[in-house]
Ligand binder design. Structure first.
Ligand SMILES: Nc1ncnc2c1ncn2[C@@H]1O[C@H](COP(=O)(O)OP(=O)(O)OP(=O)(O)O)[C@@H](O)[C@H]1O
Ligand SMILES: [Mg+2]
Length: 257
């Protein structure tokens, strides 16, 4: 794997003084989609908020292109190259599409890249964002993360409330982002869609990582996913410590206490 753009080691994140996420170690490579899965309340958003600086990181290190960012203010993390598409984030409804992009733009940011990815937005540059469809709104939210020319983009549940066709369209965009060399970290409720576009996956349960490995290993395996999400007796098939000659394809599966 290429040197990770984002690297977490032993990360713990609190929410309102309560420990929620603990001991998370994972990498996200440039040009790849790293998937984070887990049931409601597993701690996925809390982990993303910790990476972005919106929730306090209580232990561990977070490196962006090799530089420690866990003590930086959120805007400095963004400036260092971290884009964050927050769960249920919305647009500025009374601003036009173009104005929405401009307010998020950094010096290196480029609106044309966004318009090329989303011709739907190009056609509606002068329209107030409040008039966009749900799918177009989500495109604009993604676009706003991209005009800061990020190295890493965290995407939290972008498919929420959208029609399946639109979700598939947006998954195509996620692949394109990786194709541009961005390290994408994708949280997604439709596990199989995410596993289709991802390379590596980490499953969170009760704030801890219970599986790390290649997406191919979990693709289509509803039974195993269910067990990873909610716990339960081990399956009869060999599911632990898959032998591998490369560290980046190694699979680890563990039970939280
Ligand atoms: N502001 C908060 N104050 C206290 N506890 C919180 C807060 N936000 C989240 N939590 C708790 O932290 C835990 C993890 O929540 P989080 O939102 O990170 O889960 P999630 O995996 O993103 O879930 P979902 O799939 O529903 O988005 C939950 O038990 C939740 O109740
Ligand atoms: Mg969430």
């Amino acid at each position: 794997m290429a040197a990770p753009a984002l690297s977490l080691e032993g990360v713990a994140v609190n929410r309102a003084e309560v420990p929620v996420v603990h001991d998370v170690t994972l990498d996200a490579a440039p040009g790849a989609v790293t998937v984070i899965l887990g049931a409601n309340g597993a701690g996925k958003t809390t982990l993303m908020d910790g990476i972005a600086g919106l929730a306090p990181v209580k232990a561990g290190s977070i490196r962006l292109d090799g530089t420690a960012i866990e003590k930086l203010a959120p805007y400095k993390r963004a400036r260092a190259g971290l884009g964050y598409v927050e769960q249920a984030r919305t647009t500025f409804r009374t601003l036009t599409v173009e104005q929405n992009l401009i307010v998020s733009q950094s010096r290196d940011g480029d609106l044309d890249t966004v318009y090329k990815l989303f011709p739907e937005l190009d056609k509606r540059r002068s329209l107030q964002a409040g008039y966009l469809s749900g799918g177009e709104q989500q495109m604009l939210v993604l676009g706003r993360a991209l005009v800061s020319a990020p190295k890493v983009v965290l995407i939290d549940e972008m498919s929420l409330g959208l029609a399946p066709l639109v979700v598939r369209r947006l998954m195509g965009t996620v692949t394109e982002l990786a194709g541009m060399g961005i390290a994408v970290v994708l949280i997604e409720q439709f596990a199989n869609l995410a596993l289709d576009v991802g390379t590596h996956v980490h499953v969170l349960r009760k704030g801890g990582v219970v599986f790390s490995g290649p997406c191919a290993e979990l693709r289509g395996d509803e039974q195993r996913l269910h067990r990873l999400y909610f716990g339960g007796p081990p399956l009869s098939a060999s599911t632990t410590d898959t032998a591998s000659d490369a560290a980046d394809t190694a699979t680890t599966e563990s039970e939280p206490e």
